[in-house]
Design a protein around this ligand. Structure first.
Ligand code: 3PG
Length: 247
């Protein structure tokens, strides 16, 4: 049997301000830092250990991984940073307040933007300063591959190759893997792994800073997934994420 631990970054400054973030590179709040540290302590207390870590190229996830590893005395572990684990690009919504958008456009529209499988938010203009086409960290990508917006389907289309090409081979070779990522890149992976339908995925929300365990059989078929620690608290935190898009 193989195991994998996923963690969504701790609370970010824009989570706190309830703003659409996407590829905007905001940092953790003090609460986010302490969520990451608690996650590290929990993993250590429960006897978890890792050989290889993956994260995105966004600092809220990278710093979450740092704090988790620091609590586990494992900052020396190898870390692979892959843009394909980034948050879903939120297009022209990046920077706007989620509840304000719901007041202006209605809860239903915001739910479509946040959770529909194949309707992307309005795109950024290619020269919008909020975009990433001038950002050196994406220089290896052809500019037209740097998204101006993404729906979850687009995120699945980049997360799944990352999973198949780099993460699965590591797990199959016996390495114990930890992934620090984002609400929607984790939703994309769960949709793929658990075969969740386009309609049911709307109801799946990922809380900040709580380790999520996957168990796989020897053929990497998922057997079960569960949050570590207080399951009721994880459920409540996921429900709070769902409410962020209401007026
Ligand atoms: C963001 O990018 O705004 C958040 O990290 C995820 O947001 P969501 O829960 O509104 O999709």
């Amino acid at each position: 049997m193989h195991k994998l631990v996923l963690i969504r970054h701790g609370e970010s400054t824009w989570n706190l301000e309830n703003r659409f973030t996407g590829w905007t590179d905001v940092d953790l709040t003090p609460t986010g830092v302490s969520q990451a540290m608690s996650a590290g302590r929990l993993l250590k207390a429960e006897g978890w250990d890792f050989d290889l870590c993956f994260t995105s190229v966004l600092k809220r996830a990278i710093h979450t991984l740092w704090y988790v590893l620091d609590e586990m005395d494992r900052v020396w572990l190898p870390v692979i940073k892959d843009w394909r684990l980034n948050e879903r690009h939120y297009g022209a919504l990046q920077g706007l307040n989620k509840a304000d958008m719901a007041k202006q456009y209605g809860d239903e529209q915001v739910l479509v933007w946040r959770r529909s499988y194949d309707t992307p938010p309005p795109p950024l203009a290619p020269n919008d300063p909020r975009g990433q086409r001038q950002d050196r960290r994406y220089a290896a990508l052809p500019p037209e591959q740097i998204p101006l917006t993404e729906c979850l389907k687009d995120t699945v289309a980049r997360v799944v190759p990352c999973w198949n090409d780099t993460i699965v081979p590591a797990i199959r070779s016996g390495q114990r893997v930890l992934i620090a990522a984002h609400g929607n890149s984790i939703r994309a992976l769960i949709k793929h792994l658990d075969g969740i339908s386009d309609t049911d995925i709307v109801g799946l929300n990922i809380p900040n800073g709580i380790p999520l365990v996957y168990e796989f059989d020897d053929d990497m078929k998922p057997l079960r997934r569960y949050y570590l620690g207080d399951a009721v608290a994880a459920e409540a935190a996921a429900a709070a994420v769902a409410r962020q898009g209401k007026a």
